[in-house]
Design a protein around this ligand. Sequence first.
Ligand code: AMP
Ligand code: MG
Length: 324
Amino acid sequence: MTASTSDIEKAAGVLRAGGLVALPTETVYGLGANAEDPAAVARIFRVKGRPSSHPLIVHLGGAEYLDDWVEDVPATARLLAEHFWPGPLTLVLRRGPRVPLEATGGLETVAVRVPDHPVGLALLSAFGGGVTAPSANRFGSVSPTTADHVRAELGEAVDFVLDGGPCEVGVESTIVDVTGDAPSILRPGGVTREDLEAVLGCPLEVPSTSRVRVPGQHPSHYAPRARVVLVEPEKVVAEAGLAQELGHRVGVFLPAFLADAPVKAHAVVTVPSSMAAYAHGLYGFLRELDQQGCDLIIASVPVEEGLGLAIANRLRRAAGPRPS
Ligand code: AMP
Ligand code: MG
C-alpha cells in the first residue's frame, strides 16, 4: 500500500511539471507544490479554497538547505533545527529570494520545516527543491491523516496521492516565530512547549486560541461537519444524553476515565489516555463521527500540557463559531 520508488519518482515528476501532489508527513498529509512555481502555488489556494493571504509552510529535505531559502538565520533557529529536525517543528524566518510572495501571503517572512517521514523525505530528495504544503483538505475542515482521507476529500483536484500510511503524530507542526527578539509559539503542535523550553532554556509565550491573526481567517478551523460543543469532562455524559433526548444525533468524545460509563448517544469514541495516541487519532475520530451521521459532537479539552496543548487548540478551533 505504501509508496514504491516508482511512485516517488512519479510524484517528483508531477511537482516538476507544476502539478499538485498529496504527500505524507509525520503530522498530516500535505497538498504539495513546487515552492518556486507561483502558478502551482496559486493552485493550492484554489483547490483548498484558502484565502491567498494565508501563508504556506515550505518543506525542505534537510536542515542543510535552510540557508538556500531564508536569510539571516539566528542562532536560536539553528539550535531548534538541530534538535527538532526532521520533526514537527516549523520555524518562521526571513524570506530569501527563492521563496515567491505567493507562498508567504505577501509576507517578508517564511515558514519552513523538515518533515520526519521516510516517504515524504524521499520525495523531497527526489524532487530536489522546496515544497509548499498546507494540509490536504478544504480550508477550515479536518486535516487528513491517511491517503484515503485525502482521496475522499480532494479526489481529482490533486494530481497524485503519495501513500505513506497513517501519519504518526496526527496533529500539525508547532510553529515558532524566531524573527523577533524572543522566540514565540504561533501555533502549538507536534513538538511540545516543554521540549522547546528545555532546549531554549527560557519560557515561551503561547497565544490564546481565540485570537485571529490572519485577516479574513475565521475562528473556526479543523472543523468536522457536526457542530462541536466543549464541556467540562465530568459533564460530557449528562450533556450528551440531554442533547440526544432533544433529537440530536450526538457523537461523544468520552474521556478515558469514564470509559465504562453508560452513555446515551448515537456514536461514542473513547479518547485514549495517552496524549500521543489521542493526537494520532484525533482527526480520524472527528471524521468517524461525521461519517456516522452525527450532527453534534460533545467533547472536553484535555489538560493543556505536552501534546494536550495542541489537542486542546484544535478542539477549541473546531468548536469555534462557523461562518454563516
Ligand atoms: P497550515 O495551515 O497547517 O499549512 O499551517 C500554516 C500556518 O503557518 C498558518 O497558521 C500560517 O498562519 C502559519 N505561517 C506560515 N507562514 C507564516 C509566516 N511567514 N508568518 C507567520 N505565520 C506563518
Ligand atoms: Mg490546515
